[in-house]
Design a protein around this ligand. Structure first.
Ligand SMILES: C[S@@+](CC[C@H](N)C(=O)[O-])C[C@H]1O[C@@H](n2cnc3c(N)ncnc32)[C@H](O)[C@@H]1O
Length: 248
């Protein structure tokens, strides 16, 4: 697949690149865990540009950005999460950020359709000493969630879920996660502002998949906003993060 340069669109939703850089330099990078830094660098080196299929200037698209990793970390600590699910692992940036934030006896069920990328990040997860917290499942996420629903006991529901897999399945994930995450627990969806495209009509100049995903994300956001089973907050960080709290 040919790489596509999307410099015209901006994954950073802050419209001043200088402000984004200030936030990274002053606060985020100095506090980024050494193994997260290494994982990020290794991902950039190992994933050929044409495989990463999108370039955002010098940033690779797929890993969550460090500022989002740090937000997830604070949320997990504040809520004292011990049992979490992640859909869409890739090389494991958000997974390692989660594993570092959780206590020793915590468990993360991490699901991705492909193990190959997870193995690129695994040495850094091991070096950080958090591998034991992770149960990696190589599977389509919907199939894996259906299996978890069959197995889970009512008093063993999950505290937290982070979703960053197939955008076309976000609503299917949501319907299943509502059954797996406890009342009061959080379900977080990544990329819910999709490069800022959600605010505009589809752009005929943009690559076709950008518009296809834009439409899916717009529909998903509408359905979430109308879902009385959750409270929600749309956070303008990275590519947009929607934090849902299950209330019914
Ligand atoms: C944007 S990346 C995840 C990035 C990751 N959260 C991080 O911080 O590095 C999306 C991942 O979703 C996975 N994926 C795509 N479709 C999937 C599916 N149907 N089931 C499970 N995983 C899927 C891809 O293999 C890819 O690794």
């Amino acid at each position: 697949m040919e790489s596509i340069d999307l410099r015209g669109l901006d994954k950073c939703l802050l419209k001043s690149e200088a402000l984004h850089q200030y936030i990274l330099d002053s606060t985020i990078i100095p506090r980024e865990h050494e193994q997260l830094k290494r994982l990020r660098k290794e991902t950039k080196a190992r994933i050929p540009k044409r495989q990463a299929f999108l370039l955002w200037g010098e940033r690779a698209l797929m890993n969550v950005p460090p500022e989002e990793g740090q937000l997830l970390s604070i949320i997990l600590k504040v809520m004292n999460a011990k049992k979490t699910i992640e859909l869409g692992v890739f090389t494991g940036y958000s997974l390692l950020a989660t594993a570092l934030a959780l206590p020793k006896d915590a468990k993360i069920t991490a699901i991705d359709i492909s193990r190959a990328c997870y193995e690129i990040g695994l040495p850094f997860i091991q070096a950080a000493g958090v591998e034991k917290k992770i149960d990696f499942i190589e599977s389509d996420a919907v199939l894996a969630l259906d299996k978890l629903i069959e197995e889970v006991k009512e008093d063993e529901l999950y505290d937290f879920a982070f979703v960053d897999a197939d955008k076309s399945d976000y609503w299917n994930y949501h319907e299943r996660l509502i059954r797996l995450v406890r009342i009061g627990g959080l379900i977080c969806y990544d990329n819910t502002l999709w490069l800022g495209t959600v605010a505009h009509p589809p752009d005929p100049q943009a690559p076709a998949f950008v518009n296809t995903v834009r439409d899916m994300v717009v529909r998903f956001n509408e359905k979430l906003a109308a879902d009385s089973r959750i409270e929600l907050s749309q956070v303008c960080i990275g590519d947009g993060l929607t934090i849902c709290r299950r209330i019914a």
